[in-house]
Design a protein around this ligand. Structure first.
Ligand code: FAD
Ligand code: SF4
Length: 508
């Protein structure tokens, strides 16, 4: 008897475990564009378009390859609107009684599938370098789960940048050579762009009609939507941007949205690129003498280090993770996260490009929008929902640990050993935003003082009980303690005034 093989929109890989465990001659692939998935948060229209277009192309490829694929388009009249609903409908249609799936990346969907009245066999998602069992074995019994040590395990496992069992170049981590301030000029024109073909155009019309009112600009749409295009985009990055990736990884520029970043996270997350393939291509560039070790090591660490590590944390911590709020932050998300209407130029720039491209690079997410939300005490669940909605690469297994853990410290330090907070001087050092800002980054108090400067000390002061004993924050508390009392009072009063304006919805 036929079985149904579920392929989800972020599982568009030929080597998907569900497909590997199915029989092409007798089993039936089920793929469906469903309202439940497209609307459980109001995703950026570019994200919906990417996923639907890539799904349609992947389905066509599976058919060419001999699979029987039952594909439901969003507008099909008999579309049940949910993944379990579509599986039940296809089971009725075909007489199948069993579903083969690959583990999903969100607790929400994992639970929905388990509740379905069909026999379900779930295979591990093998499109990662480490299995969840490997992560849990590594984590078991450790007092703290620092990414760096897990990363070293995976370097050993994959052999990436290893020479005779030792790290290439004599060090595991070359960050010391990375993270230079913003360059005056960038000699990379950004990610490879693709003109929409007929399939993509059809999807764009559909998305415009159904999701045109969501936050985010749909057109121009330039993302890759199949494996071939994604591989070209990767090669383009490796050749033209990887050599300077490390140097300017943390830099931000008013007029350049991508700098030397790869912009491939969405392609890896939906299965168009394999993480190991990506790392091997970067390693090859180093072996060929085309990219320096600091760039290649830094890039590989993001993928086999951070990406694998946050996935392990998401599944280890369980479904309540997105509700954690260790610092008890309760302020509402300000409206300017949607409108970009703020005098803070760094925030306005990050939100504008998020709206237009569904993309911002790591430091914009961590040290601009994330930093502001943490300093201002925004409710971390609202922050989590914002990130899940606005980015093209946002899937809960990777988004939630980055937001709830790394950026908002809401998991009480499982991921970050100290909160990622900074005053305006860090943003000034790494970007050119401050030059054209209404606020003055050098002003620590007064009418024009940069809000990051005021809020930084407000954060440190209000969370002294929690962080006062943290050795990594001792120096900052010592600086605060050396400040004259009347100056401290002024800083805290002005920060309170700023937060009051924020809560009232006044333009800040
Ligand atoms: C608050 C916050 C939210 C984030 N939300 C997401 C998200 O929803 N989805 C997502 O894929 N990444 C997320 N990240 C991680 C990172 O910012 C993006 O992966 C990266 O910006 C994507 O751009 P890029 O492809 O140009 O990456 P590059 O800078 O070129 O890095 C190369 C690759 O490394 C991987 N990577 C880098 N950093 C991380 C990280 N911290 N966690 C996981 N993978 C990483 C990505 O696959 C990325 O494509 C978030 C980070 C922060 C601080
Ligand atoms: S002055 Fe402050 S608010 Fe303005 S761009 Fe610089 S860091 Fe951002």
């Amino acid at each position: 008897m036929s079985r149904l093989v579920l392929v989800l929109g972020d599982q568009l890989s030929e080597n998907l475990s569900a497909l590997k465990n199915a029989n092409k001659d007798s089993d039936i692939v089920v793929m469906a564009e469903v309202a439940d998935e497209a609307t459980y948060v109001q995703h950026h229209p570019k994200k919906i378009a990417l996923i639907f277009a890539a799904m349609r192309k992947f389905a066509a490829r599976l058919r060419d390859d001999g699979w029987d694929v039952r594909y439901t388009e969003l507008d099909d009249t008999d579309n049940c609107g949910s993944i379990p609903g579509e599986l039940l409908r296809r089971a009725d249609e075909t007489g199948a009684k069993e579903v083969i799936a690959t583990q999903c990346g969100e607790w929400r969907l994992i639970n929905a599938l388990e509740d379905m009245p069909l026999k379900l066999t779930v295979h591990p998602d093998t499109r990662f370098v480490a299995s969840l069992d490997e992560f849990n074995d590594w984590a078991e019994g450790r007092k703290s789960l620092r990414m760096e040590y897990f990363y070293r395990e995976l370097r050993r496992k994959t052999g990436l940048l290893m020479e005779d069992g030792e790290p290439a170049g004599g060090k595991w981590n070359f960050d010391h050579d990375n993270r230079k301030p913003a360059p005056d000029a960038v000699d990379f024109n950004g990610p490879m762009e693709f003109t929409p073909d007929d399939t993509v155009e059809e999807v764009l019309d559909l998305v415009e009609a159904r999701f045109g009112n969501s936050f985010g600009t749909l057109r121009p749409f330039w993302y890759a939507t199949d494996q071939g295009q994604a591989r070209r985009a990767l090669s383009h990055f490796i050749k033209h941007a990887l050599p300077k990736f490390g140097d300017f990884q943390d830099a931000m520029l008013d007029d350049n949205r991508f700098l030397y970043h790869s912009v491939i996270s969405a392609y890896i997350n939906i299965g168009l690129l394999d993480p190991l393939e990506v790392c091997q291509a970067a390693e090859q560039a180093w072996e060929d003498g085309d990219a320096p070790i600091n760039a290649v090591e830094g890039f590989i660490r993001q993928i086999i280090g951070w990406r694998e590590y946050v996935r392990g944390i998401y599944f280890r911590e369980g479904p309540d993770y997105t509700r954690r709020n260790a610092l008890n932050h309760q302020r509402k998300l300000p409206e300017f996260f949607w409108t970009a209407d703020t005098k803070m130029r760094c925030v306005a720039k990050a939100v504008e490009q998020t709206r237009d491209e569904a993309y911002a690079h790591h430091i914009q997410r961590l040290m601009v929008t994330g930093n502001f939300a943490l300093l201002a005490g925004i409710n971390p669940h609202e922050v989590h929902e914002w990130y899940l909605r606005v980015y093209i690469d946002a899937f809960e297994w990777v988004e939630a640990p980055n937001v709830v853990g790394m950026s908002q410290f809401a998991d009480d330090g499982i991921i970050a050993s100290k909160p990622y907070v900074s005053s305006g001087s860090y943003i000034d050092k790494m970007s050119d935003h401050c030059k054209a800002c209404d606020y003055k980054v050098k002003d620590k108090t007064g009418e024009n003082a940069c809000p990051f400067n005021l809020l930084y000390w407000h954060f440190m002061d209000r969370h002294r009980d929690k962080f006062g004993g943290n050795p990594r924050m001792g120096q900052m508390y010592a600086t605060w303690d050396r400040m004259k009392d009347d100056r401290k009072e002024t800083v805290l009063r002005e920060a309170d005034q700023f937060l009051e304006k924020l809560s009232k919805g006044e333009r800040v």
